[in-house]
Design a protein around this ligand. Structure first.
Ligand SMILES: [Zn+2]
Length: 138
């Protein structure tokens, strides 16, 4: 969709620290992380809301989120990877995967702009973990 930030990352018109993708979905680092390693998983189709997804696509999206938990957890040493769908700031469906170390950290007010260097370092660390292969479903 014209003017959509996430669509531009998907088409590589804008740079992004892309961690993983398959035919339908793309995962990349949030440049305003709540905690280091905060990742966004998006549909490659411009969809605004999960209600517009058919059940199969919805299932595959959340299975992809699940697959990303292990490498994110390993790279960040987080206790949990919190999963949240809100979508009020950018109207392109995305799942937040946020490494958290304790309660109450999943708070958008904690988000702050990360430097290129911080993002690059985190990207490198996550990429060293075994990420899902291109096609999760064989
Ligand atoms: Zn979009």
């Amino acid at each position: 969709m014209e003017g959509c930030l996430f669509c531009k990352i998907i088409t590589r018109e804008l740079p992004g620290f892309i961690l993983w993708e398959d035919e339908e979905f793309l995962a990349f680092l949030d440049i305003n992380p709540v905690n280091p390693g905060h990742t966004l998983l998006v549909t490659k189709d411009h969809q605004e809301d999960v209600v517009h997804l058919d059940d199969e696509t919805y299932s595959r999206l959340f299975l992809a989120a699940k697959e990303l938990v292990r490498p994110l957890k390993a790279a960040t040493k987080a206790k949990r990877i919190a999963i949240a769908v809100e979508g009020l700031s950018i109207p392109h469906l995305h799942i937040h995967l946020v490494p958290v170390h304790g309660p109450n950290e999943l708070d958008p007010n904690r988000a702050r702009r990360a430097s290129e260097e911080e993002l690059a370092r985190m990207w490198q660390r996550i990429m060293e973990e075994k990420l899902p292969t291109t096609d999760l479903w064989g």
